[in-house]
Design a protein around this ligand. Structure first.
Ligand code: SF4
Length: 334
């Protein structure tokens, strides 16, 4: 597995993770094909960092986030948390591990039970994990609400009585309840207005400094990811095509797909304007039958014969800057 973790001891490691969803048909519901949502992803996240995971919708990033939390079982590969493989863990072991690994979902409304009060929603993980005393739970819930900027009177209210930003704060409080080490933020601010996005992002950053949290920050929004991430991984059709420290990737993307994605991101300072917008050819191919060789070749402006024949490995082109392109960093590619 390539060590893309910038050489620090990882909190979480994914080793060649594959997740295929079978498609069944016919009288006997035999498997006729498979959606190759995640197709051999290896990466490592070190403690205390934020790794951004970006790509167009349908590229497999959400599935990957769910697999590393074992909300989906991988088809093959391995996931290690603090150096130990978690795929063999029993249901009981996984329940204990869930204290350490939490998720914040995109839609703060549908992820909160509308019939439960905030006190119940935030306190539920505590109850599941053995905090039986109601008084103890309520004290902890109050503490958590204060941490995310909500107040005591919010405890007895229901989700529909809050704004979108406040609901996401409730989701953050719930994720923090068990003092996790790793939080997967799955499009956690995508449904919010820009001003509210900034508040929730600042909250996540403050909590990271205070509690030493580690984030996998999944988003299709490259501007947000640049703002929050220490490193960024770019995913295309189930594979990582580039991974690098955030500033390096945004300053000088090496993979043609990353270059195209970044060319569409507005830059606040016009003097730093990136080179012209790159319009990708065609649509994203089907993950049921991905292209041979480099999966990006039907849409790549620089594709040559080799690209459709041989899959480029993810290689360290510059220090800590990995790309899966036969020609990355060589003359001919900008
Ligand atoms: Fe483009 Fe070829 Fe590089 Fe793939 S390997 S990104 S097709 S130049």
């Amino acid at each position: 597995m390539p060590d893309t973790s910038a050489n620090a001891r990882p909190l979480l490691e994914a080793r060649n993770v594959v997740k295929h969803f079978p498609i069944r048909g016919g009288v006997f519901m035999k498997q006729t094909a498979a959606v190759k949502a995640v197709d051999g992803v290896s990466l490592a996240i070190r403690g205390g960092e934020t790794l951004g995971l970006v790509g167009e919708s349908g590229c497999g990033k959400t599935t990957f986030g769910r697999v590393i939390l074992r909300l989906e079982e991988p088809t093959s590969g391995d996931v290690l948390f603090q150096g130990l493989s978690i795929l063999g863990y029993s249901k009981h072991d996984m329940q204990a591990l869930r204290r350490e690994m939490q998720i914040i979902f995109q839609d703060p409304f549908s992820s909160l039970n509308p019939r439960k009060t905030v006190s119940h929603i935030v306190g539920e993980p505590l109850l599941v994990h053995g905090v039986k005393s109601r008084r103890e739970r309520e004290a902890r819930v109050l503490e958590l609400l204060e941490v995310v900027g909500l107040r005591r009177e919010h405890m007895r209210r229901y989700p529909h009585q809050f704004s979108g930003g406040q609901r996401q704060r409730i989701g953050v409080a719930r994720a923090l309840a068990l003092k996790p080490k790793l939080i997967v933020c799955d499009e956690a601010v995508s449904a919010l207005d820009v001003s509210i996005q900034a508040q929730v992002i600042n909250l996540l950053k403050d909590l990271q400094s205070e509690f030493g949290l580690t984030y996998l920050f999944i988003s299709h929004d490259l501007s947000v990811v640049e703002h929050v991430s220490d490193r960024v991984a770019v995913m295309y059709l189930g594979k990582i095509v580039e991974i690098a420290p955030s500033r390096d990737l945004y300053r000088e993307p090496l993979h043609p797909y990353s270059q195209a994605l970044l060319s569409a991101v507005p830059v606040p300072d016009p003097s730093l304007q990136r080179p012209g917008r790159i319009i990708l050819k065609g649509d994203v191919p089907s993950p049921i039958d991905p292209p041979t060789g480099c999966r990006f070749h039907p849409r790549c402006h620089y594709a040559e014969g080799l690209c459709s024949e041989r899959e480029p490995p993810l290689s360290e082109v510059r220090e800590h800057h990995w790309a899966a392109c036969h020609f990355a960093g060589r003359a001919g590619l900008p």
